[in-house]
Structure formats: structure tokens, C-alpha cells
Design a protein around this ligand. Structure first.
Ligand code: GLN
Length: 293
């Protein structure tokens, strides 16, 4: 990017889009818009209303750095420090998984279930990461108390900022620890109406095949779950029953080939009924829902 001639927003958008396209980056135009709006402190729509605006040398320098990193497949969400999930702006850092659109299905089913049940609901979100699932549920079903846990302290700091940003501190409690471990001391109070979780579920074989932007940049701890990718499900399923009220539900995100295996795990523990597997918008199996019987 030469800086010795005049760069307008319009010219930069075309230049960056082409650069990212040549590097094989997905959605190059959208990515260019996100990076440029982040450097300029503008909303994406404002780029278009200020097409002729001249970008300063200092801003060009910052943009150059981000675009170069994006060209090496560093995720755009990490570069921008945020992404959108269930219409909420969610802060992210390399300490947490970037919220995926597929995970919105889990949130949607959770909210539907809570609305039918109605009244104050007690919810548990395991492996909360950025806190996106807990935040989206609490925003859309206000009459709830959520306990969200994660084994990674650094991820919990990100979750904490997201909860603060969306003013959900009174409804979401973050606890540090492995799955249900930190919850045990709170359980004499009440059991959960709903447990949700998007755990790590990538198998050893799949891990090797992940895109560079995922494999090289997102936390392995948030992705990898043993040879078959089922390690965390086994541990959740084994314990979940004792934390759920009768008729409460467990909702798990799954990898597209894991439906039958996770269903079988749930059947084996013997305390769940109505176990269903549901597909996402792409037609891939994406969530498993089970009712505590
Ligand atoms: N769906 C994510 C991916 O494909 C994996 C998320 C997870 O392990 N929870 O990269």
C-alpha cells in the first residue's frame, strides 16, 4: 500500500478487497469493510456515506498492519476485536473461540424452550468462552439466572467484558473451572431448568484438516476433544442428569458427524428421553437436545 498519494475510503476498499481476494481470504469485501471501519472508528454503513473521505497517514499505517495480518489468515474477528452473534456485538480475543453463526441455532432453541416454560429460569452454560451463548439467552429471556463456567481464565475475562458491555452482570455469574466442578457448591440452592453447551468437539483427524485461520489462531483448548472429538460430551453427559430438574433440557452443539454417537451416550446414561438431533441452515447435524426424565 503506497502512502504517497491520496487514499479515499472508496479507493482503499477496492484495494484491500482485491488484496484479500488474492490471498484467498473468505468474503474479501466484507472483511475489508470490517477492517477499515475498525481503523476509522466508523460503522460499516458510514464507509459508504463517506466514500470520498481521505484517510490519514496514521490510519493508513494501522490499516496496513491489519490487512497484512488478515492476508496471513489471522481471523478478521480477532483483528477487529469483535464480531456479531445473535445480533449482539461480542468482544473476542485469541483467548476464546470466535462465535459461529451455526451456534445461533442452539440459542434459538434455548430461548424457545424458556419462553414455553416461562417464569424465572435457572440456566447453566458450560464452556462459555466469550460468553456469547449466555449473553444472547439473557438478552432475549430476561427472567433468568445463568451460571457460566469455563476452564480458561483468560476466556472468562473476555466473557466478563461482554457481560459488562451488555449490562447482564446481575443475571450471569461466571465461574472458573472444569465443566460442572465450580457449580457444585451452589447446587443446594436449585437445579437447572436448562443446560447449554458448545464444547470443544473437533476430532484428531478433523483438527489436522481445519482451515489455517482456525487451526493456527483459535485456541486448541476450545476446539480439540480427543481422538473422536467426543471426550467432553462423555464427561458432560455422565454428570448432567444430577444437575437438571425433571423435564429440564440439555442442549449441546455437535460436529456434523457426531449426532448418533452423542445420542447414544445420552441413551446409555438412562436418565434422558426425547433425544433429538437437529440440522443447521447448511443441512448439517448441529445440535442434540435431550429431556431429563
Ligand atoms: N464449529 C467449530 C469449527 O468448525 C468448532 C467449535 C467447537 O469445537 N465447539 O471450527
Amino acid at each position: 500500500m503506497t502512502t504517497n498519494n491520496i487514499w479515499t475510503i472508496q479507493k482503499l476498499l477496492s484495494w484491500v478487497t482485491e488484496y484479500l481476494n488474492n490471498k484467498g481470504i473468505d468474503s474479501p469485501r466484507l472483511s475489508a469493510e470490517i477492517l477499515l471501519s475498525c481503523v476509522l472508528g466508523l460503522k460499516r454503513i458510514e464507509l459508504y456515506t463517506q466514500f470520498e473521505k481521505i484517510v490519514s497517514e496514521e490510519q493508513l499505517g494501522r490499516l496496513h498492519n491489519l490487512v497484512e495480518r488478515a492476508g496471513r489468515h489471522e481471523p478478521i474477528a480477532y483483528l477487529a476485536g469483535k464480531t456479531e452473534f445473535y445480533s449482539l456485538e461480542i468482544e473476542v480475543s485469541a483467548d476464546c473461540l470466535i462465535p459461529r453463526p451455526e451456534t445461533e441455532l442452539l440459542v434459538e432453541r434455548a430461548i424457545e424452550f424458556l419462553r414455553v416454560r416461562s417464569g424465572k429460569q435457572f440456566i447453566c452454560d458450560l464452556c462459555t468462552g466469550s460468553g456469547c451463548i449466555a449473553a444472547a439467552i439473557a438478552k432475549n429471556y430476561p427472567d433468568c439466572q445463568i451460571i457460566a463456567t469455563d476452564i480458561c481464565d483468560a476466556a472468562l475475562s473476555v466473557a466478563d467484558r461482554n457481560i459488562e458491555k451488555h449490562q447482564l452482570g446481575e443475571r450471569i455469574k461466571l465461574l472458573h473451572g472444569d465443566l460442572f466442578d465450580p457449580i457444585v457448591p451452589y447446587l443446594d440452592v436449585e437445579k437447572f431448568d436448562l443446560i447449554v453447551c458448545n464444547p470443544p468437539y473437533v476430532s484428531a483427524a478433523e483438527f489436522e484438516k481445519l482451515d489455517k485461520n482456525v487451526k493456527d489462531y483459535e485456541p486448541r483448548l476450545a476446539l480439540f476433544a480427543g481422538d473422536e472429538g467426543l471426550d467432553i460430551y462423555r464427561r458432560i453427559v455422565e454428570k448432567a442428569g444430577q444437575f437438571l430438574k425433571p423435564d429440564a433440557k440439555l442442549m449441546l452443539e455437535i460436529g456434523c458427524e457426531q449426532g448418533p454417537a452423542v445420542k447414544q451416550l445420552l441413551e446409555m446414561v438412562g436418565c434422558f428421553s426425547e433425544i433429538t438431533i437437529e440440522k443447521d441452515n447448511q443441512g448439517n447435524d448441529r445440535i442434540v437436545i435431550a429431556k431429563k426424565s
